[in-house]
Design a protein around this ligand. Structure first.
Ligand SMILES: [Zn+2]
Length: 139
């Protein structure tokens, strides 16, 4: 998903469950920063905010944020609901959501139109095979 700069949906996490999840997010981010970003060679870092997206949205990339630092918003409440619904660990949904939003960050960095399928394919391929599938990017 892609959103604008209206950051009024960003919230602060307070309860205990949120702390466990935010630590998990930090760990996943650290790994991706170490393993994926050096291979991508597009940006050195990215930012994760927590907030509300849409009724079922898991995350969104903030359009234009690549200029400073690619920034995304994760909706932990919806992420937990989705993990429950599909009977998978939170880690699976968090990682694939971050990867999906990074797919949008790549599209934005390369001035390509935002495309949900491409972002999803990129996320899936990296999550399952640790391969960077960038066939949508003409390089
Ligand atoms: Zn998307």
């Amino acid at each position: 998903m892609v959103g604008g700069w209206g950051l009024d949906f960003v919230y602060t996490l307070t309860n205990k469950n949120d702390k466990i999840l935010t630590q998990l997010v930090k760990d996943i981010k650290r790994n991706l920063k170490k393993e994926l970003l050096p291979k991508l060679k597009m940006f050195n870092d990215f930012k994760i905010l927590f907030g509300k997206t849409t009724s079922k949205g898991l995350g969104l990339y903030i359009g234009g944020s690549y200029i400073w630092k690619p920034t995304m918003v994760l909706d932990l409440k919806n992420i937990m609901a989705s993990a429950d619904e599909y009977c998978v660990d939170d880690e699976v949904v968090i990682t694939s959501t971050i990867l999906h939003e990074l797919g949008h960050a790549i599209q934005d960095t390369l001035h390509l139109p935002f495309n949900e399928d491409e972002a999803e394919n990129f996320a899936e391929e990296y999550y399952k095979n640790k391969k960077i599938k960038l066939d949508f990017i003409k390089i």
